[in-house]
Design a protein around this ligand. Structure first.
Ligand code: HEM
Length: 183
């Protein structure tokens, strides 16, 4: 997993819970590099899961809830640091339906070793979008948070229903159904 995800996570923890909490979870997580990450480096995604676990233990907030919160925050940060990727999208459905074939493709050009999920979409009707998450990393909670962040970013009224699907070999899978509501 790219270091940018780690550095954003640490900034979120430091900003919301303070440096002391950040230091504490870095110690608790027993990370190989003592929590020193560079944004362009690549690290085992299990280290992020260990940090979230330590934060969950220290704060009493569940891991899925923390990862979801982080996803929402990450999307907001992406909307600032990857601003050009937003130029052609005018709605959450527009943006989300191009993660797989445009957004993550651009991410891979920047970071050839990025570990990205597969996120194909279907649009059964103008007000419905189905997004299919599959990845060996099992970060469906992160996907859910990123989707929530995207909806917030575009300021729309969209209901999201997540269905976790059985694993297919090494792949964790989830389906997100998004329904746009009027007003
Ligand atoms: C501007 C928008 C976005 C950018 C720049 C972006 C970029 C990235 C980057 C840099 C990573 C880390 C890759 C690695 O660690 O090797 C990543 C992973 C990921 N992205 Fe995106 N992303 C964006 C939007 C989204 C959205 C809206 C979703 C919603 C479903 C999403 C789902 C994920 C997930 C779940 C991962 C974790 C890896 C995995 O599960 O396999 N991304 N993305």
């Amino acid at each position: 997993m790219k270091g940018i995800v780690f550095t954003e996570f640490m900034e979120l923890v430091e900003g919301r819970m303070g440096l002391e909490m950040l230091d504490r979870i870095i110690t608790e997580a027993k990370l190989p590099n003592d929590g020193a990450y560079t944004s362009v480096g690549t690290y085992d995604h299990a280290e992020l899961v260990r940090l979230v676990q330590a934060l969950s233990d220290a704060s009493g907030v569940s891991m899925p809830q923390l990862i979801h919160m982080f996803g929402e925050h990450l999307f907001q940060r992406f909307s600032v640091s990857y601003q050009p990727l937003f130029a052609d999208s005018h709605s959450a459905f527009d943006f989300l339906s191009h993660i797989d074939d445009v957004i993550h493709v651009e991410v891979r050009k920047l970071y050839p070793d990025a570990e990205l999920p597969s996120l194909p979409c279907e649009r059964p009707s103008p007000d419905r979008l189905l997004m299919h998450y599959s990845s060996p990393r099992g970060l469906g909670d992160l996907a859910e948070g990123l989707i929530a962040g995207c909806i917030k970013h575009f300021g729309e009224n969209i209901a999201v229903t997540r269905t976790d699907l059985p694993k297919e070999g090494a792949l964790h899978r989830a389906r997100f159904e998004l329904v746009r509501r009027s007003a």
